[in-house]
Design a protein around this ligand. Structure first.
Ligand code: HMG
Ligand code: MG
Length: 305
């Protein structure tokens, strides 16, 4: 299978990244982050989540962020909605897409959303129906598809079970998520192959956390299968509050550098993306941690001196 000519990067930094910050992040910084991402050419941004503020207080300003961001033509803004309550709250903000998430393991499902896998689908079905009634696309994420912090190893059969449930529930797109970043390329390809049994290539994506430094290899392994959509977080922000020790998603600028090197189109300007990484890092009071972000900022520093 040839590499895709064009790849869509979905920046999930404002949601997956900032949901994991221990200190509150000003709404204004979140809005500025979305604007920086838009300025870099990103056309898909996961902005926030409509989950319980008791469970994830970092996303409590969801509606305020959605109301404050500019909505330029051609940019799609998605939000997480775990249940109908979340969807109804999100609807006021006119998301272009909503994201439901189910775990590949019972243990993670209980910790993350306080119910079994089967029950989580009971909650999603009305979300999918309502979203479609409003013309809103539904993306699904299969969490812990490559490893679980509570169960350990996760089999391709377990992944396929949830992919099949997603398909039956009417979810439009299936993301294979490595929540704790333990996956390696052969395991990624096995999971992707199961997703591709139920979804077309254009509706399967990779969502790789970089805890074990494997995420870029996992992107490459997915590209080899023709997968052309990846979630990533600018600056490598984030983690998951219910997967202790899991670090952020692969950095968007690191993936972009890889794609640029392979001659794969994305429409994103890497220098402006690094501006976004630098701005949010400054707002959080720490240096940019991504490899490409650090390298390009250092090069700028040398050019100026
Ligand atoms: P629950 O306690 O089982 O739900 O939580 P409940 O229906 O019994 O409701 C309890 C309370 O929450 C009630 O309020 C509800 O009204 C309220 P109270 O009567 O106590 O005042 N509530 C809500 N409030 C706001 N928005 C809502 C909502 N739903 C109920 N949508 C629930 C179930 C799913 C809500 C909870 O477990 C939750 O919010 N969990 C947070 C999960 C989360 O955000 N995890 C991180 C994101 S997932 C992720 O990062 C993985 C991903 O990146 C892919 C990957 O890497 O794997 C996507
Ligand atoms: Mg995640």
């Amino acid at each position: 299978m040839a590499f895709p000519e064009r790849v869509t990067l979905v920046d999930v930094g404002p949601r997956d990244g900032l949901q994991n910050e221990s200190r509150p992040v000003d709404t204004a910084h979140k809005v500025a982050l979305v604007h920086h991402l838009q300025a870099s050419g990103l056309r898909e941004i996961e902005v926030t989540s409509f989950v319980s503020p008791k469970w994830v207080p970092q996303m409590a300003d969801n509606a305020a962020v959605m109301a404050a961001i500019a909505r330029p033509e051609g940019v799609r803004h998605s939000v997480l909605t775990p249940n109908l309550k979340g969807f109804e709250a999100a609807l006021v903000s006119r998301p272009d897409e909503v994201v439901v998430f189910a775990a590949a393991t019972e243990a993670f499902s209980q910790r993350n959303i306080n119910c079994s896998i089967e029950e989580s689908f009971e909650r999603f079905r009305p979300v999918v129906a309502e979203a479609h009634r409003h013309g809103i696309k539904v993306r699904g994420a299969v969490s812990c598809a490559l490893g679980c912090p509570y169960q350990g190893d996760v089999s391709a059969d377990e992944v396929e079970r949830v992919v099949r449930l997603m398909k039956h529930a009417g979810v439009d797109h299936c993301g294979i998520a490595d929540t704790i970043g333990t996956g390696t390329p052969a395991k990624v390809q096995a999971a992707m192959a199961r997703a591709l049994k139920h979804y077309p290539l254009a509706e399967v994506s990779g969502h790789f956390h970089d805890t074990y430094g494997q995420a870029l290899s996992n992107v490459y392994a997915s590209l080899e299968m023709g997968i052309a959509t990846f979630d990533a977080s600018v600056g490598g922000l984030g983690g998951c509050p219910y997967a202790k020790g899991a670090t952020g998603n692969v950095a968007t600028e690191d993936v972009l550098y890889l794609l640029n090197g392979l001659g794969i189109e994305t429409g994103i300007d890497i220098e402006r993306l690094v501006d976004a990484a630098a701005a949010i890092a400054a707002a959080l009071g720490r240096p940019v941690s991504s490899r490409v972000g650090k390298a390009l900022l250092a090069r700028r520093g040398r050019a100026e001196s």
